[in-house]
Design a binder for this molecule. Structure first.
Ligand SMILES: Nc1ncnc2c1ncn2[C@@H]1O[C@H](COP(=O)(O)OP(=O)(O)OP(=O)(O)O)[C@@H](O)[C@H]1O
Ligand SMILES: [Mg+2]
Length: 342
């Protein structure tokens, strides 16, 4: 099944356009433009201020949490705040230790190495990271057999920023080498509203009333990336169908056309909920059974559909299986018989 969902938190091709095709940059550049995640921002601001005073390099930082919440953005912000260069790579891209060593040895003091999807770092490469993070050095072996010798190369003090959506997959030794480790949470509607009004300004969308932006925020699944994508869809719709005027009704119509309802659920979410209701009487039912009925794959449902439904309180996971909640029944406009979760 194609996964072209307008509400997906995962990055899609169109999300790149904001920085690559000359469009206005919607990404915050400085810490004070970064909205939400207050506790994390405070921890980082203190760390930044302290290293500025000591003229030191910052501790290594691990950012974990669902996609689209601003991990990559934050790595850029930290680099800007430190006035240092940011080298960007990812776990899967670092397939050979040589790639990592090549980058580390060319980095200057205070530079930042950003490793996205750090949980996918190959084990053979990870070994080189430990001494690099801890003692700013790498050991590597040249030649082999009798002539083999280990050469130690010193590195300039740098900061590693790792990002992952699956912190649980990180090995303990790697995890323990980060001085700051923080989980990013979903944004509340007020924060999304601030992000949206700033973006609307940058996109030169004039006079969009706050209640219209609020209607987008409430459909954004707590995720800035989704909010910004929905805003672009609304802008197109308004321009073509509503003389460029964005109102709550225009938002509703524009997003219904995209299959997104008032709670931010799309067709796939509703199909999932309806399957539990229609075929399994509201549950409890096992994930595999739901997946088989829908002709979909269980792990996809678990990773991309269930988290938001659980967060919204539309779904309960019990030992007996998945159950619809009363809220889900109300949202679908159906009456669910039997015992339901409140
Ligand atoms: N706190 C924020 N304030 C304003 N805009 C934000 C914020 N966080 C994220 N954004 C916007 O949301 C978009 C997605 O953020 P980003 O790419 O940093 O997410 P991510 O956590 O790295 O996602 P992934 O796990 O998929 O790599 C960015 O383009 C940025 O403009
Ligand atoms: Mg990212």
């Amino acid at each position: 099944m194609p996964r072209d969902r307008v509400v997906t938190a995962e990055r899609q091709e169109e999300d790149r356009t904001e920085s690559h095709s000359g469009g206005p940059a919607l990404r915050p550049v400085q810490m004070d433009e970064y909205i939400g995640q207050a506790e994390l921002v405070e921890r980082l601001s203190i760390a930044l201020e302290a290293v500025r005073q000591r003229k030191d390099s910052m501790e290594h930082v691990l950012l974990h949490g669902p996609p689209g919440l601003g991990k990559t953005t934050l790595a850029h912000v930290i680099a800007t705040e430190m006035g240092s260069r940011l080298y960007t790579t990812s776990g899967p891209a670092l397939s050979k230790a040589g790639d990592l060593i090549g980058t580390l040895t060319k980095m200057d003091e205070g530079d930042i190495l950003f490793i996205d999807e750090i949980h996918r770092l190959p084990a053979a490469v990870e070994e080189y990271i430990y001494p690099a993070m801890e003692d700013f050095k790498v050991d590597f072996t040249v030649d082999s057999g009798m002539h083999a010798k280990v050469i130690t190369v010193g590195l300039k003090p740098f900061t590693l920023i790792g990002a992952t959506t699956r912190a649980g997959l990180l090995t303990q030794p790697l995890r323990s080498r980060f001085g700051i480790s923080h989980h990013l949470d979903y944004y509340d509607e007020g924060e999304l509203l601030q992000i949206l009004s700033r973006a609307a300004d940058r996109l030169a969308m004039q006079d969009v009333p706050p209640d219209a932006l609020g209607a987008i925020a409430s459909r954004s699944r707590g995720t800035p990336r989704v909010a910004l994508r929905l805003l672009r869809r609304v802008r197109d719709f308004a321009q073509v169908r509503a003389h460029g005027k964005v109102t709550p009704v225009v938002v509703k119509e524009a997003l219904l056309l995209e299959g997104v309802d008032g709670e931010g659920l799309d067709e796939l979410d509703r199909k999932y909920l309806r399957t539990i209701f229609e075929t399994y009487g509201g549950g409890p039912v096992g994930l595999e059974a739901i997946a088989a009925t829908m002709g979909d794959d269980a792990s996809t449902l678990e990773d991309v559909v269930e988290p938001y439904l659980l967060q919204k309180g539309f779904l309960a996971r019990t030992r007996q299986g998945r159950c619809l909640t009363v809220r889900a029944g109300e949202h679908l406009g159906v009456r669910v018989s039997g015992d339901l979760f409140e």
